[in-house]
Design a protein around this ligand. Structure first.
Ligand code: ITT
Length: 200
């Protein structure tokens, strides 16, 4: 069976990507399973640059076809922040997801509602030969002033998805995996992934 390394240290992403890639005939590898601990500096100016950096670093190190995800939350009233910096968006060191949600709400407080926003995901697929392919996905909604729901990760408890009338954290994982930015990006990546895996 062909193998695909998922180049992320974010457990929430791993869980979602495992479910989203289940229909492919592929054995998924994780950095932990492979004892890979790489530090990739995410200093790119775009999601593509950061996703490519992660995918190429892990692919080079492991020798396997590798998929990385660079994603973020873009809030219109904050001119697209936290965006590329979503994972590091909080003034204090060692901040948690909860700290980042609190900080975002503090910054939004003076702004008039509704606080429209979208999640973005860029997936990069790197081959051991060093080629990189990209796929993108978005999910549109609104930031709520208080948290709702226990599922998901990151900004999910404050991201309201109007079509379901629920926050991302109130959706089941199966529901989130039907509508999320990551689901859309994976869907767009399949036409590249399938031939790469069967050529593998
Ligand atoms: P890797 O780089 O190891 O993949 P990371 O968490 O640092 O893990 P990113 O640099 O891509 O990944 O940062 C994405 C951040 O955007 C993530 O940490 C969350 O804060 C937020 N985010 C992305 N997708 C999300 C989702 O589906 N739900 C909630 N928050 C999300």
């Amino acid at each position: 069976m062909p193998k695909l390394l998922i180049a992320t240290s974010n457990q929430g992403k791993i869980k979602e990507l495992e479910a989203l890639l289940k229909k492919l005939d592929v054995e998924l590898l994780t950095p932990t399973q492979m004892n890979l601990q790489l530090t990739v500096e995410e200093d790119g100016k775009t999601y593509q640059e950061n996703a490519a950096k992660k995918a190429l670093a892990y692919s080079r190190e492991s020798g396997w076809l590798t998929l990385a995800d660079d994603s973020g939350l873009e809030v219109d009233a904050l001119n697209g922040a936290p965006g590329l910096h979503s994972a590091r968006y909080a003034p204090k060191a060692n901040a948690t997801d909860a700290d980042r949600r609190r900080y975002l709400l503090e910054n939004l407080k003076p702004k008039p509602r509704p606080w429209s926003a979208h999640f973005h995901a860029t997936i990069a697929i790197a081959t051991p030969q060093g080629q990189v392919y990209f796929a993108e996905g978005n999910c549109y909604g609104e930031i709520l002033p208080e948290e709702r729901g226990e599922n998901g990760f990151g900004y999910d408890p404050i991201f309201y998805f109007p079509e379901a009338q629920k926050t991302m954290a109130e959706l089941s994982s199966a529901e989130k995996n039907r509508i999320s930015h990551r689901a859309a990006a994976v869907k767009n990546a399949l036409h590249v992934l399938r031939p790469l895996l069967s050529a593998g």
